[in-house]
Design a protein around this ligand. Sequence first.
Ligand code: 5RP
Length: 228
Amino acid sequence: MASKKQDADKLAAAQMAVREVKAGMKLGVGSGSTLNMFVEELGRKKYPFPVVCASNATEQLAKKSGLKTTTLDELVKARKSPEEPILDLFVDGADEVDKSYNLIKGGGGALTREKIIASASSEFACIVDESKIVAKIGKYPLPIEVIPFAVSFVSSELVELGASVIQRPKFITDNGNPILDVTGLDYKDPLGLETELNNIPGVVENGIFAVRQPEKIIVAKDGKARYL
Ligand code: 5RP
């Protein structure tokens, strides 16, 4: 359970990210408690342009906060040329962040849509409290979204890589899939590991963000936010 101090840090990071948002920006938002604070702040500022949400829960909160929403499909179709960015800025939290800007995400289970939106955005700003900063990613159990048919197969492939696998209890993603929470993997090459895991047939997406790293990390400690 997050402490009051941690919540104050999350809010400070969220408020700093709101200052990154300029009028007319095509904006994507992720999910989680830190991101929720960003959405509420954006609502308070009455941001008038539609946002793309990475989860149904975020979309509900965005609407409740007075924001307009749109879909990735609509923005892709509305582009005048393939060079035009689909989204200008994606803002989201993370479960672990290292100093090389590698992330683990997916504690809330929205990793697949988050990675799609991050990949569609010119810029990705990650907002975290100090507790998320680690020397090396990999302590936090890695969420891996898997199609239901492949749960046992993917689990056995992961065990062969030396991992321990727990299927997240009573959890199905917005895409209709289970999540495996995985520990014991070797993170010496996060980019290679991200690619290797996504090459296992049946894996939809894993929560390592090394291929699409954030351009900016906003980290808050003692109620004050700064860029990493
Ligand atoms: C959800 C995520 C979240 O960004 C991550 O779990 C951090 O959440 P919180 O801000 O609540 O600590 O990746 O899929």
